[in-house]
Design a protein around this ligand. Sequence first.
Ligand code: ZN
Ligand code: ZN
Length: 296
Amino acid sequence: MACNFVLFRRGQNFSLHTHTIGFDGQNTPVEMIARARYMRIKHLGISNHFIVHPNITQTKFYPIALERGYDAIYSSSFDEAIAKFKRHYSELNQKKLKEYADDCDVKIYRGMEVDFFDYPEWRSGFEQALKILKPDYVIGAAHFVEYDGMLRNVHDFAHVDDKTRDEMLKLYWEKIGRAAESGLFNFMAHLDLPKKTGAGIEEKWVEYEQSTIDKIAKSKTPIEINTSFYNRDKDEPYPSARILEMAATANVPVLISDDAHQADHVGRHFDRAREFARSCGIKKFLTCRAVLRKTR
Ligand SMILES: [Zn+2]
Ligand SMILES: [Zn+2]
């Protein structure tokens, strides 16, 4: 595939939160690189989902993923996830792909978007996985909460009664705070993800958001401004203005992500997100090097 014309870019020239085919993305690394070049993204990180939990196949979401063919994002054990990522990373390491990326003047990085689970066996399993896979960086996320003895996906927030949803939301914010405090992650993904189901937008959630931002600030974990919420015809990214204002006040470092699940989302809405963040008081944006620098 030829790398033809490119766009002019003044803002952030890296994108570290993207997904590819074989997991739940729609395009190959080659297609993502070609788009990165077009968007003037010089550093492209591929960060497929790394979601490991012994009960993951019992979630309501698993059969749907299986049917749609992206069940590779879920693993019941670390051994299973490690085997998948070994294969995946060896594809990203292929000489042909590197040469193509070089031709496009794009540097590629091996990342992962990790669902954090807060128990000791998970942590030791994950630390072992890091030693084996040696990713260039890891993104912390929570797409699930453990509620009433079951794993519930954020999408389930739309189908429960108000009381249950509130309890799940409290668990969600608690988990995000704990994930930041774990010190495992280069940055945290889409902080207010539950708003995709309309959950957590009321004023009463401010105190939970604030206490999570306080934990994030104390742990010096950066957060992303994730432009994928714009793709749902919304005029804000993740997180909301009120959370970004808290982040600005607490000096939480930020970067912009597209969370691209398809090539034409790479680098999308970056300038819009930057303006939005500025209007919330964010003054400084991290460089790619600063995001990757974290020593684990
Ligand atoms: Zn995510
Ligand atoms: Zn993602």
